[in-house]
Structures are given as C-alpha cells and as structure tokens.
Design a protein around this ligand. Structure first.
Ligand code: PFF
Ligand code: NA
Length: 460
C-alpha cells in the first residue's frame, strides 16, 4: 500500500525534522498572528473570542494539519495529484481535484491582499528607521497611518516591492539558504515580541490587556465572531488550501507527524498571544479603541517605539521581522500556484513564477483601491451581512470564512473516510493504537461536524 514511495524518490526532502518545523512555522507565523489576530480579537470583544479560537485550533486546526501533512507525505506529489492517487475508496477520484482548485483560488486571493499588508510593514520599516515615531503623539501616529492608506501610489509602490521579493525567492526555489535564514529570524522575532510585551508590562494598563484577552464574556461574542474564530484558525495555521500538503510531500518518513503538527501549532499560537499581550495594554493606555480594525498594530506599536530607549532600532528591527514573517508565509502561498502552472503548462519555473506573481500583483490593486478611491464601493452591499464591506473585506471574508474551512472540511473527510485506514495509520505512526483511534474519531466526526455546525449556525 506504499503508493507514494516511487514518486518520492525523485523529490527533494527537508534535511531534518527541525527544517520542516521551521518551514511550516515560517508559513504559519505571519501577518495572521501579529496583524490579524489582535485586530479581530479587538473587534470581537476579547476573551470569549480567544477561547473559541483556541478550541478551534485544538479540535479542528491540529487534526487537519496532521491530515494535510500525512496526505502530502503519503502521496508525495502536488496536493491535487496526491489526493487523486490516494482516494482508494472513491472510483471517480478526479472529483477530489476541485479541492486543490479551490485551494489555489484561495492562495490567489489571499496573496493579493496579504502582499498589500506586507507593503504596509515595509513602509513602516522606513518610517521607523527615519525616526518618524520618536516622541510622536497617539494622534500623530494615527495620522501617519491614515496618510499611508489614503495614498494609492505609495501603497502600490510597497505592494510592488513586496511582491517582487516574493517572486525573486520563489523563482529561485526555496533553497537551504531560506531554511537557514528562518532558523535565525524566527527566534529573533520571538525575542522582539518579548521586548514589546516587556514594554506593555511597563504601562499602567497591562492588567486590563491581560483580562481583555483572557476573561471570557460571552455576551460580547456574536455568531459571526465564532465563524471568524474558526476561519482564523485555518488562516493562521495555513490550512485548507494544500500548503501543508505540499510541504508534507518533502517530509522524511521517520519524522512523527503528530508531534510536528502540535509543535508548529503551539509556536503559532504563542506568537499570536504574545502579540495580543504586547498590543492591548498599549491600546488601553493610549486611549485607543481595541475594535479599531486592520490598522490596530500600525497605530499602537509605534507609540511604544517612540518612547522606549533604543526605540528606533527596536522598531526598525520589529518591522523588518514582520516583513520576514510575512514573506515566509507569502512564499508558501505562491508555491502551489507556480507548481500547478509547471504541471499544467510545462513552462520553466521563472516563467511560471512571473505569470502567477504578476497576476496576483495586479489583483492586489483592487485591495489598494478598496482602502481609498473605492472605499465606498460595496459590491455585495445589497446583502445585509456584506453591508459596508469593500472588495478587500470580501476577499478576506470569502477566503478565511468560507473557502479555507470548506477545504479543511473536505481534507478531514478525505483522510477520515476515503483514504485507506492502513495508509493513514502508517503515515501518522502514533505508536499507540488508542491515540490513532482517538485521532480518527476526531477527524471523522468531531472536526467535520464542528465546521459544519459553525457554517449552518451562521446561515440561520
Ligand atoms: N498563516 C499565515 C499567517 O498567519 O499569516 C497566512 C497564510 C499563509 C495563510 C499560507 C494561508 C497559507 F496557505
Ligand atoms: Na499564523
């Protein structure tokens, strides 16, 4: 039943378990943790949202990550072909290909706006290094951010620089150089986050930030908030679009998938919680609103950098690392698109990367305009739920709240019901039959039911 072994001989491999953990963490840890998690937590009232998010990570995210990596390693190919090959109980296995197709479409949409936000981070490297935050008031910092969003040309410039970086790296292949860089940069990001938490501790509102994050008040949580928490669990762990499958196809046989998936998820969750702990005390002590939306971190962290000793250095480093975290995630978003072009068209890698990258770059212009010229354009405004949502908001909503959970739902069904049980057990090698039984139970029933429940509940 070792269907994948032939294909894998030709494939490159991660050099170690650590290399895989770093690459997968590089994909997982990104803007989702430092930019998105704090602002959606703020918009959804704090503690109760965080609790639901943590439950989603544990019950839905981790099992699906294991499933994706296992499918990828067993299949040893691109996500679409791995699923095709492994669908043993399903005669017409071609129908699994559309999941790969939906995943690719999500990568396209996500990267188009992800790059624009990555561009904000790039712009902030410059602002920070230029000392623009030193001694600035809360209002001045807010005005700087407002000015950036209002200017489509600088947004376009930074978006272009960000996409160019991503294209450059992907075109060359993700080499061991990248692996090594992540090796140093990820720990550094951790340290800088701790420095920021240290600053937050020195404000007089640390306790308020702490209780905002960790005291659940369910009256503040809407059903839409639950869907947002679920969607974010997928977004933050890079699930539901085949990215972890592709990375899993380069994973050596002897590495335990269960342990690795848990490690990556814990690292990702820690970074998100640390970001929250760094940001909310500053929000409260500066009289800002936690529900301020996508600009939250750009309006808060610079306040701290403007005041702490060495703030120019720390601030610059911090935004550099934010860019790095964003780039390592963006690469993983472009990779499946490029791989697919290679398979379908047989063009060389450079050409495929350019076609994918440039079309995504062009799509990003819709997000840029949503922030200024077209901020009043609400294409689905006639539906109550989408009232006031710009094109950028809709891309974000459709990918995180619909496409990624659906992709994950079918991934769980695939491993749980359509792949040979023996193959799954071999791949996951829990070592303990009971652990495997428990995992299969969760993946067959709990995970799909939970995703479905949130969906249906939200529709009513
Ligand atoms: N996980 C990344 C983040 O939290 O920023 C975003 C992301 C990367 C989503 C890759 C999806 C993906 F396939
Ligand atoms: Na993440």
């Amino acid at each position: 039943t070792d269907a994948g072994s032939g294909a894998k001989a030709a494939h490159p491999m991660w050099s170690s378990r650590l290399a895989f953990i770093l690459a997968a963490s590089g994909s997982a840890v990104g803007l989702g943790n430092i930019w998105k998690f704090p602002y959606i937590t703020g918009e959804n009232g704090g503690g109760a949202f965080v609790l639901v998010y943590l439950v989603c990570i544990a019950l839905i995210g981790i099992p699906i990550m294991m499933a994706e990596v296992a499918i990828g390693r067993r299949g040893g190919r691109s996500p679409i072909n791995s699923m095709r090959q492994l669908a043993q109980r399903d005669g017409r296995s071609k129908r699994w290909a559309w999941i790969g197709g939906m995943g690719m479409l999500s990568s396209y949409l996500i990267l188009s706006f992800y790059s624009v936000i990555g561009g904000w981070a790039l712009a902030y490297v410059g602002k920070s290094a230029g000392g623009l935050f030193v001694g600035a008031t809360t209002e001045q910092i807010g005005a700087q951010f407002g000015a950036l969003l209002a200017d489509p040309y600088s947004l376009l410039l930074w978006h272009s620089v960000f996409m160019a970086l991503v294209i450059l790296i992907v075109a060359r292949g993700v080499t061991s150089g990248m692996e090594k860089a992540i090796n140093i940069l990820m720990p550094l990001l951790f340290v800088l986050l701790l420095v920021m938490v240290g600053y937050a501790l020195s404000t007089d509102r640390f306790a308020d930030g702490l209780s905002f994050l960790f005291t659940p008040d369910f009256s503040k949580l809407s059903t839409e908030g639950v869907l947002t928490a679920l969607g974010h669990a997928f977004f933050t762990l890079s699930l539901g679009m085949g990215v972890m499958m592709a990375y899993g196809s380069y994973l050596p046989k002897q590495v335990s998938i269960a342990k690795t998936a848990v490690t990556v998820s814990v690292v990702d969750t820690l970074v998100a919680l640390l970001a929250g702990l760094a940001i909310f005390p500053i929000v409260f002590s500066s009289g800002l609103e936690p529900g301020a939306g996508p600009g939250l971190i750009f309006n808060t962290l610079p306040i701290a950098f403007g005041q702490i000793p060495g703030g120019v250095l720390f601030g610059t480093l911090f935004f550099v690392l934010l860019v790095v975290a964003a780039v390592t995630s963006a690469i993983s978003l472009l990779e499946p698109v490029v791989e697919w072009f290679e398979e379908q068209k047989g063009y060389d890698r450079l050409r495929c990367t350019l076609i994918g990258g440039i079309s995504i770059w062009a799509l990003g212009i819709l997000t840029i305009l949503s922030l200024n010229e077209w901020s009043g354009v609400h294409p689905l405004g006639f539906i109550a739920r989408f009232e006031g949502k710009t094109i950028f908001d809709l891309f974000d909503y459709a990918t995180a709240n619909l496409m990624m959970p659906l992709g994950g739902f079918f991934t769980a069904l695939f491993l749980g019901w359509f792949m040979s049980k023996q193959a799954a057990e071999n791949e996951l090698s829990f070592g303990n039959p009971l652990a495997f039984k428990l995992f299969m139970f969760v993946l067959r029933f709990i995970t799909p039911a939970a995703v479905l429940l949130v969906f249906v509940y939200n529709l009513i």
